[in-house]
Design a protein around this ligand. Structure first.
Ligand code: 3PG
Ligand code: MG
Length: 399
């Protein structure tokens, strides 16, 4: 893994102003934070810096406000949850630059924590504008990026600042990169990847890259239908991107050349409507009724997938195998997740999973804690798996 500086390299920081980029883009329901996972993940970095006497100044985005203040995307809504998780007072400044930020920072004592307003309230953030970045940089002596899940963005607070201030990776950034490296960088073989989710179109780059790196690629979810149909099998009314048949065949060709096994469902659970507890039946993959759609992979497929999980030394997982959000079409996902969790607990498997839906699916299966590592990143996790350079990471390694 390319080297970057971590908090271990930060000594003597008492009284220093440390700008810490965190990801506080958390789900909010009825004005309250409904999942604090991302806040919990950045807490160790914040606490460590605060304990070392730094003035900890948090930078973050929330939502996609397009460069203007939007009341319901104010980080003041998130501040109470941050305080609660940290169990420490967190002051708030109504702007991330200018007088509100400068005044709040002037009042800080060593070890204090201050949250600045949404960086995306300024157009310069997403444009990675030099002037805006310089304004942000004025508020700090040191920059720490702990927002792996936003590292696929080349924004002022995720990339630009590292050109202005001495830059370090926070503990969560470090943990994410180490876990991903373990999963796909120099992994224990065989490596098996499970990729699911609705569409092939959103994951073409991912699939094309994975087949050259892993020993087996298990394809599930709606995207499996595109691969099945590309082999001339009728998938009825199943979600399917028929226009991607050539792409699917090309990916299978690449896999063959690279010696990667492609594992497709051999049976499916089909229904006539997409809703919880819809009447359903299990059919062979060659026997999907013309008026039905596949909503989950079937029990024979699960057996096959679990067999691959047993063969694997490393598992990388992104995307559910079926419509796990509606019962009973969560069965395959839950069963494979439980199997991977058991293998991990038994010390036989390194399991790394990531992506919003995947994390929900693993939580639904109640096994997230049993996986070796679960990334809170969505887009950044996928782009890392695709082999793309993440600007927020690259700038820390190249300086
Ligand atoms: C996320 O929630 O995936 C990250 O915080 C990045 O947010 P974005 O997709 O709006 O850039
Ligand atoms: Mg996103």
């Amino acid at each position: 893994m390319p080297a970057f500086k971590t908090l271990d390299d930060l000594t003597d920081i008492a009284g220093k102003r440390v700008l810490v980029r965190v990801d506080l883009n958390v789900p909010v329901t009825d004005g309250k934070v409904s999942d604090t996972t991302r806040i919990e993940r950045v807490a160790p970095t914040i606490k460590e810096l605060s304990d070392k006497g730094a003035k900890v100044i948090l930078l973050a985005h929330f939502g996609r406000p397009k460069g203007e203040p939007v009341a319901d995307q104010s980080l003041s809504l998130i501040a109470p949850a941050v305080e609660e998780v940290l169990d420490q007072r967190v002051a708030f400044a109504s702007d991330c630059i200018g007088a509100p930020a400068a005044d709040a920072i002037a009042k800080m004592e060593n070890g204090d924590i201050l949250l600045l307003e949404n960086t995306r309230f300024h157009k310069g953030e997403e444009k990675n504008d030099a002037g805006f970045t310089a304004e942000l940089a004025k508020n700090g002596d040191i920059y720490v990026n702990d927002a792996f899940s936003a590292a696929h963005r080349a924004h002022a607070s995720t990339e630009g600042l590292a050109h202005h201030l001495p830059a370090y990776a926070g503990r969560t950034m470090q943990a994410e990169l180490e876990a991903l490296e373990k999963g796909l960088g120099q992994p224990q073989r065989p490596v098996v990847a499970i990729v699911g989710g609705a569409k092939v179109s959103t994951k073409i780059d991912l699939l094309s890259n994975l087949v050259t790196k892993v020993d087996a690629l298990v394809i599930g979810g709606g995207m499996a239908n595109t691969f099945i149909a590309a082999q001339g099998i009728d998938v009825g009314k199943s979600l399917c991107e028929h226009d991607l048949a050539d792409t699917a065949r090309a990916i299978m060709e690449t896999a063959k050349t690279a010696g990667c096994a492609i594992v497709l469902p051999v049976d499916g659970v089909v229904a006539r409507e997409f809703k919880a507890n819809a009447a359903n039946e299990t059919v062979d993959i060659n026997a999907i009724p013309a008026d039905a759609m596949m909503l989950d992979v079937g029990p024979k497929s699960v057996e096959l997938i679990n067999g691959w999980i047993e063969k694997a030394a490393t598992l990388v997982w992104n995307g559910p195998l079926g419509a796990f959000e509606i019962a009973p079409f969560d069965k395959a996902t839950v069963s494979a997740a439980e199997h991977a969790a058991a293998q991990t607990r038994a010390g036989k498997l390194v399991s790394v999973a990531g992506g919003g839906d995947t994390v929900s699916a693993l939580n639904h299966a109640e096994v997230a804690d049993d996986f070796s590592y679960v990334s809170t990143a969505g887009g950044a996790f996928l782009e890392w798996m695709e082999g793309k350079e993440l600007p927020g990471v690259a700038v820390l390694t190249k300086g």
